[in-house]
Design a protein around this ligand. Structure first.
Ligand code: COA
Length: 161
């Protein structure tokens, strides 16, 4: 199993590595804490079993603190979800996580990656822009908040060389 290591100033070493079925419960916990419609453990188990789905975990010491999930079809992929635990945000960890994830997608023959991001999600937009994604579309009222508010989505794309 290949792992990528990132030394963090004063914070230990973060590792990005393929997730396994045993991570399903923790990934569901992290997802539920980051999104209002959380994915359950069963959904993660299914994704971790499917051959066309790629899941990486971000680990610090023995604790998983983030993940990235993509689905592949031919030479295209869609990033379905990326999250870092709130206690570990703002340290650039998501960029390392995403870069490693994209590298694996390229290794699987993916040439184009798409994703959707809520227009006002500044940390995520910044992450994707800094990682080479460009806005290629906008979907009006794509997300519905628990309170009924409807938010717009941006469709972003990056070509992998
Ligand atoms: C999006 C997310 C993964 C970013 O993780 P992170 O490890 O904190 O990201 P980073 O520390 O690399 O910061 C990303 C960028 O956002 C910026 N940023 C952080 N908080 C911000 C804020 N409140 N407003 C504007 N920019 C912000 C950072 O400065 C950084 O930009 P920079 O590289 O130009 O300095 C994390 O915020 C998260 O898990 N959010 C909840 C789940 C989510 O929204 N996922 C994306 C769904 S599409």
């Amino acid at each position: 199993m290949t792992a990528w290591l990132f030394e963090l100033w004063g914070g230990g070493t973060a590792v990005v590595e393929p997730a396994t079925l045993r991570d399903a419960a923790r990934l569901a916990q992290l997802h539920g804490a980051s999104f209002h419609r959380g994915w359950g453990e069963g959904e993660f188990e299914a994704m971790l079993t499917e051959r066309n789905t790629l899941v990486h975990r971000l680990r610090m010491r023995r604790k998983t603190i983030g993940f990235a999930v993509s689905r592949m079809a031919a030479d295209e992929a869609e990033i379905l979800s990326v999250a870092v635990a709130a206690s570990h945000r703002g340290r650039g960890l998501s960029r390392s996580l995403l870069q490693t994830h994209l590298g694996h997608l390229a290794g699987r023959g993916v040439r184009t990656v798409f994703l959707e991001v809520e227009e006002n999600n500044q940390p995520a937009r910044r992450l994707y822009e800094r990682s080479g994604f460009a806005v290629v579309g906008r979907r009006e009222r794509y997300y519905r908040q628990p309170g009924g508010e409807q938010l717009h989505a941006l469709l972003m794309r990056r070509d992998l060389s």
